[in-house]
Every structure is written in C-alpha cells, then in structure tokens.
Design a protein around this ligand. Structure first.
Ligand code: PSV
Ligand code: MN
Ligand code: MN
Length: 419
C-alpha cells in the first residue's frame, strides 16, 4: 500500500483546507494530539457483511478466521491510524493460540479492547438452553453455565491483554406474565456478582442495556436505570455500557451519558446509528448532530473529572450492514466519531456556560451549531497524516483495489463468523 504517494497527490488541497479552517476557527492547544491519541476499537463481528434475518449478501474476501480478522483491522489501522484495537466476541472468535494471536495483533499495532460474552445463543456442545434466559434463568444449573462462560471469556481476555468484559444479555420475556420481574432482576444480579468476583483487579465489567429485541415484552437489563442500579450493586469495577442503538425512540442519549459520567458509572460505548431500532448503521450516518451532542457531553464531563479522553472509557464500534463493503463502512464510522470528537473539542465552554447562566437560549444553540457546522475534516485528516495514515483512507482502499486483493486471497464466497 503506497500511502505516501497517495498523500503527496492530495497534500496541496489538504493544506488549503486546513489553512482555511485555521483562519476561521481558533484551534485549542493540544487538539491535534488529542485526536491522534483517540483510538476506536473495531468489533471482530463487523468485518463480514452483516445480514438481517431475511438474508445475507456476502461481498467476498471476508475473513475466514481470527487471524484474517486481525489482518483486516490491521489494514484499517494502517489506513486511518485510529483503529488500534479489536474487540472479540466469544465463542465466535476463540483464540486457540493466544500467544500467537497476541503477537500477530502487536505486529499490526493492535491492542485488545473489551471481550464480549455470548449467552444469547445456544452453542452445539452446551448442556442447558438459553431459550428462556441465561443469568436470569429459573434454573440454577443454567445460570451457572452462563456464569462459567463469562469467567471463561475473562480468561481468554487475560491471555490477550484485554482489560474489560462486556456483558450483554438478551434475557427478558416475550409475553406479559411470563416472568417475575423481581426474581429475574435478583437472579441476574446474583449471577453478575459471581462474574464480578472473577474479574482481575485491573479489569472493568461493562453491563450493556437494550430496550428490546430479541425479547419483545420485557428485557431484564432494558435501560440505563436497570444497568446503573445493577453495576452499583456490583462494585467500582462495574460500569454501564451505552450502545447508541439500544434506546427507545427519541431517548435523550446525551443526557444519559452526562448523568452516568457524572456518577462515575459510564464504562464505554458501542457506536452505531439508527433510524428505527438497533439498526447497527454506520456511526453518524443518520443523526450526526446527536453524535456531536454526545461527544459534547463526554468532553465536558470527562474534563470536569480530569479524565483522560483516550484511555478512561471504552470506545468501540458495534455496527455492520448488508449493503456496504464492511471495511469501507468501518472507515466511515471511525471518521464520523473522530469528527464528532474534534467538533466537541472546539466548543467554547466558557461562552456556553455564560450563555446558560444568562438564560440566553438562542446563544447556547448558536454556540453549539456553529461548531457542528464547521467542517473539521481537514483537522482529522491532519491527525491521520501526522501518524502516518492516509489523507483519504476510503479513496486509497479503492485505488489499491484492496477488496479485490482480499477476494483473490480468500475467495469470493467466504463468510465471517458472527451474527
Ligand atoms: C446486541 O444487540 C449487541 O449490541 C451486543 O453488543 C452484542 O454483543 C452485539 O450486539 C452482537 O452483535
Ligand atoms: Mn452492542
Ligand atoms: Mn445491538
């Protein structure tokens, strides 16, 4: 891949756009370094063409195993220098030779972000079914099996150098009367306590909530309130994970983020976008203003607590779709997240606070929207350039016919593991 030729060809135009931005906006000191430090983890389950229950249309060249998934994330990272981590889903991706997998990832400059457990599907060799839940299950044996699986996932993560476990439960009910909500809640907390007890001291447990699907009447960890109350019971290493697609329509996600952060219980993110439900669309593709408003709260709240933007929360993508090249799609998601972050760093917080104190609602809106309407793509590209990435990652991916090369190497009919 010839990144420097690509960059040389685009450099004059890039410098023009960057100079224009600098002439229009006061860039705060250190903003480029913050952008350079900000890495977003790629989910191992997003590297194949996602499907729906109605069908799946593979684009070819999909990774056939964990090694090839790591190679794909390495390719993304080489292009954008901002995807320096991978998040694994187990048992979809079991590292059979963890030392070799760790070495391979390191060769690509990749770290392992949170490992995800899976008790929402039955595996071929498992004794008890999760049809009626896992950590909430009425049967102690089923709950134990699910707890043991989570502990197994932690062990895999430890071998890889991961520092967090993400638990998402599909547990809930499909019909009124099916479930004793109180018992389901208590059983879930008891099971989580056992998992929490197995966490290494420097690990976090992220409890992800979701309003509905696959259960359509109730979900036991259905919203941030349920997750928050549970992680509070577990202890300081347990925090809530916000997946942007897991809310009921019109939820004010930025306010949820602000409160969780203030309470010290925000653990991390699954970025994606949605029009209707858990659509898992490219981050920033439907509601970019919402993404910016979320980052606005993140920067404000993290700065108030003296947190490190890059390190103190888990930044992960959980998106994939049917109709795009998955690697191009992920490049778009990372760029959208970087743009929202860069814009949030540009907000004049003193002026915003003064306008709020004066109840100057119009001024508040002007301050935020002026930043949101500022084209910061050249700034994000400059951060990539300084790290050795490509000025236009998608253009380079296409110029070099990278998908064609992957199809040649792996075949046209490969199917990546995952949903
Ligand atoms: C559930 O919808 C979810 O968001 C969880 O994070 C799962 O781990 C992932 O999707 C599976 O695709
Ligand atoms: Mn998710
Ligand atoms: Mn989801």
């Amino acid at each position: 891949m010839n990144i420097s030729n690509h960059n040389d060809a685009l450099l004059a135009g890039h410098n023009r756009r960057l100079d224009f931005l600098k002439s229009e906006v006061n860039l705060p000191a250190g903003i480029l370094q913050k952008l350079k430090d900000f890495q977003i983890a790629i989910p191992s389950w997003a590297l194949g063409t996602g499907g729906t229950r109605f069908g799946r249309f593979s684009g070819g060249g999909e990774p056939r195993n964990l090694e090839e998934k790591i190679a794909d994330v390495g390719l993304l990272h080489a292009l954008n220098q901002s995807s320096g981590a991978i998040s694994l889903h187990i048992p979809w991706d079991i590292p059979t030779d963890p030392a070799a997998i760790r070495t391979l990832a390191a060769q690509h400059g990749l770290a392992f972000d949170a490992v995800n457990s899976n008790t929402f599907q039955d595996q071929a060799d498992q004794a008890h079914s999760y049809k009626f839940g896992s950590l909430q299950h009425v049967s102690a044996a089923t709950r134990k099996q699910a707890v043991d699986h989570n502990i197994e996932v932690i062990k895999h993560g430890v071998e890889l150098g991961s520092k967090a476990l993400t638990v998402w439960l599909s547990d809930g009910s499909c019909f009124p009367g099916q479930l004793n909500f109180r018992h389901a809640y208590e059983r879930t907390v008891d099971s989580l306590r056992e998992i929490y007890a197995a966490l290494p001291a420097d690990w976090s447990l992220y409890l992800e909530y979701k309003a509905y699907e696959p259960n359509f009447y109730s979900t036991t960890v259905g919203d941030w309130g349920a997750s928050y109350s549970m992680v509070n019971k577990l202890g300081p290493q347990a925090k809530t994970l916000v997946d942007l697609g897991h809310h009921l329509p019109n939820a004010n996600i930025e306010q949820i983020v602000s409160i969780l952060l203030m309470e010290g219980k925000l653990g991390g993110f699954h970025f994606n976008d949605s029009k209707y439900g858990d659509d898992d669309l490219t981050a920033g593709s439907i509601k970019p203003y919402q993404l910016f408003l979320i980052f606005n709260e993140l920067v404000d709240g993290m700065d108030a607590k003296g947190m490190n933007h890059a390190k103190d929360l888990g930044w992960m993508i959980d998106a994939s779709h049917n109709v795009k090249d998955p690697l191009e799609d992920l490049l778009q998601s990372v760029e959208a997240i970087q743009i929202a972050y860069a814009q949030a760093l540009l907000v004049d917080r003193k002026a915003l606070e003064a306008a709020r104190e004066a109840n100057d609602v119009v001024r508040c809106q002007e301050i935020l929207q002026a930043v949101f309407r500022t084209d910061v793509r050249a700034l994000v590209a400059q951060a990539r350039l300084e790290l050795g990435g490509a000025l236009d990652p998608i253009a380079l991916f296409r110029q070099e016919k990278m998908r064609g090369q992957l199809i040649k190497a792996r075949g046209a009919k490969t199917v990546a593991t995952g949903l």
